[in-house]
Design a protein around this ligand. Structure first.
Ligand code: NDP
Ligand code: 8X3
Length: 250
């Protein structure tokens, strides 16, 4: 049986990937900061597969390496890494952007992804195998008004994904990115700092993607034969044509 480490497994896309992977008999290392949610999901899934939880903030590099070092032997061979933890914080024009929001997006979406990857890649290299999936975004392929630093962080994920493909090619490690458009999760609640009414309007008037849609695609990606690597994939809801062109019915 394979083992997957999923960051951001307490909510949204990461949580749905955990549930979908359990259906595919993939053992799970669930990561996030909200311990109670990790434990709840562990209880939900551990009748199907082995589940271990790691509670850490991806910004804290010592904690990242210590957490991955602490894995019990049966979880220490990580076959699949889902680099999913991340969020947008705020949505302002560049001239009025909040510096703490900028730090959060760069520190979590970019540096956090790098720390976790480094810790896991070392073991993948010694195993000469592994599969890394980086969750980018359509915001990593284009920019939109007031998206500035979030878009920059996801453009960085796109570049890191491509760089990993080059650097890890010699080790038999698969690397690919999934770039979703609008997925209804807690993403906009976080972006708008708990203004749930504003968050809801993002997904009004059309059928957004669900986190289960993305999990279904990720399960397909990780179950391809070894010689097949899905390297870069943009996924939109049908109503979406770009970050700003959405066919809303209201
Ligand atoms: P959610 O807000 O529902 O989930 C975000 C997850 O990231 C949570 O599990 C959260 O866990 C974790 N996380 C956030 N900050 C940290 C941190 N500092 N340390 C550790 N974990 C952290 O949003 P989504 O599921 O939508 O987002 C998942 C990924 O998908 C993100 O990278 C996002 O950018 C990307 N994405 C989302 C889209 C969308 O429309 N929703 C579209 C395209 C990409 P906890 O708070 O417990 O730490
Ligand atoms: C999340 C999608 O369009 O809000 O990455 O940036 S968007």
């Amino acid at each position: 049986m394979k083992t997957a480490l999923i960051t951001g497994a307490t909510s949204g896309i990461g949580k749905s990937v955990a549930i979908e992977f359990a259906r595919h008999n993939i053992n799970l290392i669930l990561c996030g900061r909200r311990q109670e949610r990790l434990i709840e999901l562990q209880h939900q899934l551990n009748t199907k597969v082995n589940v271990h939880t790691l509670c850490f903030d991806v910004r804290d590099k010592e904690r990242v390496f210590a957490a991955i070092d602490s894995l019990p032997a049966e979880f220490s061979k990580i076959d699949i890494l889902i680099n999913n933890a991340g969020n947008a914080h705020g949505m302002n024009p560049i001239q009025t952007g909040n510096l703490d929001d900028w730090d959060a997006m760069i520190d979590i979406n970019v540096k956090g992804l790098l720390y976790v990857s480094k810790a896991v890649i070392l073991t993948m290299i010694s195993n000469q195998s592994g599969h890394i999936i980086n969750i980018g975004s359509i915001a990593g392929k284009e920019v939109y008004p007031n998206g500035n630093v979030y878009c920059a962080s996801k453009h960085a994920v796109d570049a890191i994904n491509k760089s990993m493909q080059l650097d890890l090619n010699a080790y038999g490690i698969k690397v690919g990115a999934i770039h979703p458009g609008l997925v209804e999760t807690e993403f906009s609640n976080v972006r708008f700092k708990g203004d749930d009414k504003r968050a809801d309007t993002v997904y009004h008037g059309f059928d957004p993607l669900t986190p289960e849609d993305i999990a279904d695609i990720i399960a397909f990606v990780v179950t391809r034969p070894y010689h097949v690597n899905i390297a870069d994939l943009i996924v939109f809801p049908t109503a979406q044509a770009s970050s700003t062109i959405i066919n809303k019915k209201v």
